[in-house]
Design a protein around this ligand. Structure first.
Ligand SMILES: [Zn+2]
Length: 167
């Protein structure tokens, strides 16, 4: 079953489940333009600040009741230098699931949730050129609850709607 719904705002049928998430870690976004240029390196999948703080981009999946596909947040996680180096060494390898998992601090403040910065996560490498999978550690937090218990179709539709039509 493919995911689609008729939108109450624009009347279009929105098809599929696009991934959403910022192009840089929160710690990068809050730097001044000058510091972003001089103290940080930002790629599509990685970021290093002051050669001391290391971030990688992953997929935080929220399974949906009744669907075999998940709603995916693209998120950034802060890794230790050691973990980051293992991530970097395996970037071009097709088989890498045996490496890790790595501990990471979530460095993306997701919409629709209470502050998600610095939630503890497990970052698992995925084979075949797919970004790492990010699992939230057990916490009294809605994001952990949703990832563990699945979200309703209505909630997934609400997310897609609100992201496509920001208020
Ligand atoms: Zn719409």
């Amino acid at each position: 079953m493919s995911f689609s719904f008729q939108c109450t705002t624009c009347n279009e049928i929105h098809k599929g489940l696009p991934s959403f998430g910022p192009d840089a870690p929160h710690s990068y976004d809050i730097l001044s333009d000058l510091d972003q240029e001089n103290k940080a390196v930002l790629g599509s999948d990685n970021c290093i600040i002051e050669n001391e703080y290391f971030f990688v981009r992953g997929r935080l999946e929220l399974p949906i009741h009744g669907f075999d596909r998940s709603f995916v947040w693209l998120v950034w996680c802060s890794l230790s230098r050691e973990s980051y180096e293992l991530w970097a060494d395996s970037f071009d390898k097709l088989e890498r699931e045996h490496i890790g998992p790595f501990f990471g601090w979530l460095n993306t403040d997701l919409p629709f949730y209470e502050n998600t910065l610095n939630l503890a996560t497990s970052v698992r490498l995925v084979d075949g050129g797919i970004r790492p999978s990010v699992d939230v550690y057990e916490a009294e937090h809605g994001l952990y609850f949703d990832q563990t218990n699945r979200i309703s179709v209505a909630k997934a539709e609400q997310f897609v709607h609100d992201l496509l039509h920001p208020r």
